[in-house]
Design a protein around this ligand. Structure first.
Ligand SMILES: Nc1ncnc2c1ncn2[C@@H]1O[C@H](COP(=O)(O)OP(=O)(O)OP(=O)(O)O)[C@@H](O)[C@H]1O
Ligand SMILES: [Mg+2]
Length: 307
């Protein structure tokens, strides 16, 4: 497990009476895009703030790049870029001027760092526009440029697509993907929009009321939530043999002695049911489940719609 860039153990934050983050065991692997998905108030920002040392955990451990963060802050934090809420930019300076100041403060070594970072996020270099005249989306892009300009190995981005229009969202998604694929960066990103995370992340953690309900690769999660036919029969083992021998499929999963899920939905359900019955297997239920990832997210968070 030494490819873990971030690992937390029982990470907990209590504000007053309220447990904002509860016993979180997070695993972010090297070179992956990890999407932390949760509704408003789920605990995403609090988690990221603890990872970045911006707020102190009430309990639990955090290890980043294989070291406990306590006592290793000076080594760890320069290797991370973050976007947590809007950085304190100066309104009466231009975007480039703002970044140049921040680059100097952080001792960013490369002369071209500001120019390169602006290029990545699609903002002009040495443009005359003052920050006070920036739109929300432009500020957000500048915030991301600020996070990446020192070429960090790990990026922690709290809702980076907030305030962006659909084209802006697609662009940000593309450059986040490029940072991962072309430069091998590890990226932890939060969002309350499932469809965005589904388009971007390799791994997903679903957080709700401070609790990590699920942590899995997107691939696994999608597999688990694809279309399938659910059979309740008198013998799942016997039914499985019929599927293999008569219908030449092994795309099924036996839940228990009586329950079987067939993921191969091209096969005629009526024909299967008929064959089961002819073979002496009672079929008490056969229905197609059309769960999408969104249904799943709603189900695990126990709620209705998401934005
Ligand atoms: N400084 C604080 N003092 C007290 N309670 C706080 C503080 N910061 C956060 N909380 C509470 O902790 C919970 C988690 O908040 P957090 O900001 O981490 O959620 P979030 O998932 O980032 O939500 P959003 O999608 O709205 O940004 C909320 O109930 C919030 O009210
Ligand atoms: Mg937040």
């Amino acid at each position: 497990m030494n490819d873990l860039i971030i690992q937390t153990k029982q990470l907990t934050k209590i504000y007053g009476e309220q447990k904002s983050v509860s016993n979180l065991n997070l695993h972010v692997r090297k070179g992956r895009i990890y999407g932390l998905l949760g509704r408003n108030g789920a605990g995403k920002t609090t988690t990221m703030k603890m990872l970045l040392g911006l707020t102190k955990p009430t309990e639990g451990e955090i290890s980043i790049f294989g070291s406990d963060i306590q006592g290793a802050e000076g080594k760890i934090y320069p290797r991370i870029g973050n976007l947590i809420e809007t950085p304190g930019f100066y309104p009466n300076l231009t975007g480039s001027e703002n970044l140049k100041i921040l680059a100097r403060l952080r001792g960013v070594p490369h002369q071209n760092a500001v120019k390169r970072a602006l290029e990545v996020v699609g903002l002009p270099y040495n443009d005359k526009k003052l920050l006070a005249q920036y739109s929300l989306g432009m500020k957000q892009r500048l915030g991301i440029a600020n996070a990446i300009m020192h070429d960090p190995e790990l990026l922690i981005l709290d809702e980076p697509i907030n305030g962006l229009d659909p084209i802006g969202i697609a662009e940000v998604r593309e450059f986040i993907k490029r940072l991962s694929v072309e430069q091998g960066k590890t990226i932890l990103i939060s969002s309350h929009i499932l469809s965005e995370i589904a388009l971007l992340a390799d791994d997903i953690g679903i957080i709700d009321h401070g609790v990590l309900l699920e942590e899995s690769s997107l691939e696994m999660l999608e597999k688990k939530n694809s279309r399938y036919v659910h059979f309740i029969v008198s013998s799942a083992g016997q039914a499985a043999r019929i599927l293999e021998l008569d219908f030449h499929t092994s795309h099924f999963h036996i839940d228990d002695d009586y329950s079987l899920r067939l993921h191969d939905t091209n096969i005629d359900v009526a024909a299967i049911t008929r064959k089961f019955i002819e073979s002496g297997i009672d079929v008490s239920e056969a229905h197609t489940q059309n769960d999408t990832l969104e249904d799943y997210f709603k189900r695990v968070t126990g709620g209705e719609g998401i934005a």
